[in-house]
Design a protein around this ligand. Structure first.
Ligand code: PEP
Ligand code: MN
Length: 356
């Protein structure tokens, strides 16, 4: 029975499909070449003006039977796919991007401790160094639970210039002295690249605070040292921006970068920031750098520290940071979120029970 030529017409469609496919991929290759040049120039991949011009030219050339709206919708889909390709290629080129499933950066610390190698690292200590007694009491308690990294700020980035600004170099001396006594390492925040020489005398791990995450001059300077750097996510930064900030350090020569999720600003007032749980698996998927979570600054309150720590332990993160103070109500900063020593022990008991 005659099919009125449908078979023949379908054969023509098959040929056209292959031609369109070839043209689409040819177009994608050219778009990707443009993407490489844009990356070199540092210009944005997405150019709305150029997209509008292309759509206008297509509209003018369109003789149907497809309507202009249909043509525009089809081409917009092609533009979107090209843009996604350019962005994927640009991401794949950055050093901090994970290239294959097993790739991971393991940070080797001066005492042989490793971060990022299956072991769950707990970093703890008070918000700020306030006195020798305060640091000693804290370090004695946390080191008894196997914590090897002692935190404490010597230079405090406060919202108000009238709040406690930290003890400065005297605080660094206290932190070092106490860490040596308990066989621990010191981590503290670096505010400015001019502090590198002084801090290097006392500190084993530098950390860049949320407010400085995009200070590219500081990041580049930290790329020139060998000490590991903890890079805290800014409360307003996307994960992509965090990775680019880490890229500054790694591309400048220091591969020892640890990412730290510390909560982002949302409309939720019951926590100081919102702990972005999905950041943990997403960062583990996208980058080979270790990922640690600061449960103190994300929540800003101590009453939910234990469940948050359990979630972080179970999430596949490489560790957590928690603030501990011998007498939180009288702490000079972050009094609401620092754990007392008994609360710290409860938290450690809880995470030791979590199976990953
Ligand atoms: C801190 O860790 O003490 C701190 C100030 O954190 P953030 O920079 O994340 O606010
Ligand atoms: Mn703090």
């Amino acid at each position: 029975m005659s099919d009125y030529g449908i078979k023949e017409l379908r054969a023509q469609i098959d040929v056209i499909n292959l031609q369109i496919l070839e043209l689409l991929n040819k177009r994608a290759r050219i778009a990707s070449e443009i993407g490489h040049l844009q990356a070199k120039l540092g210009t944005q991949f997405y150019d709305p003006q150029r997209e509008a011009e292309m759509l206008q030219a297509l509209e003018q050339a369109n003789n149907g039977p497809f309507s202009n709206e249909t043509i525009k919708a089809l081409f917009k889909e092609i533009f979107r796919a090209s843009l996604a390709l350019e962005e994927r290629e640009a991401r794949a080129k950055i050093l901090v991007q994970r290239k294959h499933a097993e790739e991971k950066t393991v940070i080797m610390l001066p005492d042989g401790t490793e971060i990022g190698n299956d072991h769950f690292t707990v970093i703890s200590g008070p918000c700020a160094v306030e006195s020798l007694e305060q640091m000693d009491e804290t370090a004695a308690a946390i080191s008894s639970r196997g914590v090897k990294i002692l935190r404490g700020m010597a230079y405090k980035p406060r919202t108000s210039p009238y709040d406690f600004q930290g003890l400065g170099e005297a605080g660094l001396q206290i932190a070092r002295q106490v860490a040596n006594k308990y066989d621990m390492l010191v981590t503290t925040e670096i505010m400015d690249r001019s502090q590198i020489p002084t801090l290097s005398e006392y500190v084993d791990i530098f950390w860049v605070g949320a407010r400085n995450m995009q200070n590219s001059f500081l990041l580049k300077a930290l790329g020139q040292i060998r000490q590991p750097v903890i890079l805290k996510r800014s409360f307003g930064a996307t994960l992509q921006e965090l990775l680019y900030a880490a890229e500054y350090i790694v591309a400048s020569g220091n591969p020892n970068v640890i990412l730290m999720e510390r909560g982002i600003r949302t409309f939720e007032p019951w926590t100081r920031n919102t702990l972005d749980i999905s950041a943990i698996p997403l960062l583990k998927q996208e980058t080979h750098l270790p990922v640690i979570v600061d449960i103190s600054h994300s929540a800003g309150r101590r009453d939910i520290a234990v469940p948050l720590a359990k979630i972080v332990r179970a999430s596949g993160a490489d560790g957590l940071m928690v603030e501990v103070h011998p007498n939180p109500p009288v702490a000079m900063s972050d009094a609401k979120q620092q754990l007392s020593i008994p609360e710290f022990h409860t938290l450690m008991d809880a995470i030791e029970k979590v199976t990953v």
